[in-house]
Design a protein around this ligand. Structure first.
Ligand code: TMP
Length: 236
């Protein structure tokens, strides 16, 4: 069966239900707009498991997601949505491209979280945009941009508190949203160490994809530790 969409980390397949897609998590890892590539055994499995638990946790806190149900080791069933081509990034501490762009020390705390939009385009390297770009490029309306920002801040609050319980500091993350056939915009894509910077709350040790980006080693050990901590908190 051919996927209807293949991204860098996931594939999407149709199912018997026109409103439901199967999302397969791959073992592929890329960084710096796919200039750096690798495969990690179990990455798909770990990111699927982490996303499932995070979506269930978020749903329980009132955040709508495109999750339908768990399927198997590397697959989730998700509601068919049209992904908005605006990636939403929330930053609690300076890191990554923010630190680079603004020459701000990694780990500096923001008084109020920063919300950033980028245009989901591999060709252009996901450039930073604002509401006006989104409007003129017909990526999202001003009302939708306001909703994305508001939702992103709610999701940040919920996830920051949850990860803290797991002994993890949520430094920053990227999320995507999708529009259903009913017009409703919900959280979509994934929530995993590929898309969140997570530091050990005590030691500051990096537990996420920065281990791959920065060649720190033990990439899957970090992801496994994140999953173990999330599972532990959720089964308490
Ligand atoms: P950045 O500091 O490189 O802009 O990344 C901010 C956050 O977004 C970080 O948690 C990693 C995540 N991210 C993605 O999920 N996909 C991407 O393509 C990029 C560039 C970042």
């Amino acid at each position: 069966m051919e996927p209807i969409y293949e991204g860098k980390a996931k594939k999407l397949y149709t199912t018997d239900d026109a409103e439901v897609l199967r999302m397969e998590y791959k073992d592929d890892a890329t960084a710096f707009n796919a200039q750096k590539k690798a495969q990690f055994e179990n990455k798909g499995k770990l990111n699927k498991a982490i996303t499932l638990l995070m979506y269930e946790m978020l749903e329980a806190k009132g955040v709508a997601t495109h999750l339908v149900s768990d399927l198997d080791e590397v697959n989730l069933l998700v509601k068919r949505v049209e992904i908005l081509q605006v990636e939403v990034i929330v930053r609690n501490l300076a890191a990554g491209s923010f630190s680079k762009r603004m020459a701000v020390e990694v780990g500096s705390e923001f008084k109020i979280p920063i919300v950033e939009f980028s245009y989901k385009s591999d060709e252009l390297g996901d450039p930073l945009i604002n509401d006006d770009y989104a409007r003129e490029m017909k990526l999202a309306t001003p009302e939708e941009c306001a909703f994305l920002k508001e939702q992103a801040l709610v999701i940040n609050e919920v996830m920051t508190a949850f990860f803290l319980e797991c002994g993890l500091k949520l430094v920053d993350f990227k999320i995507e949203f999708g529009k259903g056939s009913d017009g409703k915009i919900v959280l979509a894509d994934e929530v995993s160490p590929d898309t969140c910077r997570l530091w050990d709350a005590t030691t500051g040790e990096k537990m996420d994809k920065d281990r791959f980006r920065e060649d720190l080693g033990g990439v899957m050990d970090g992801y496994e530790e994140v999953l173990a901590r999330i599972s532990k908190v959720l089964t308490k």
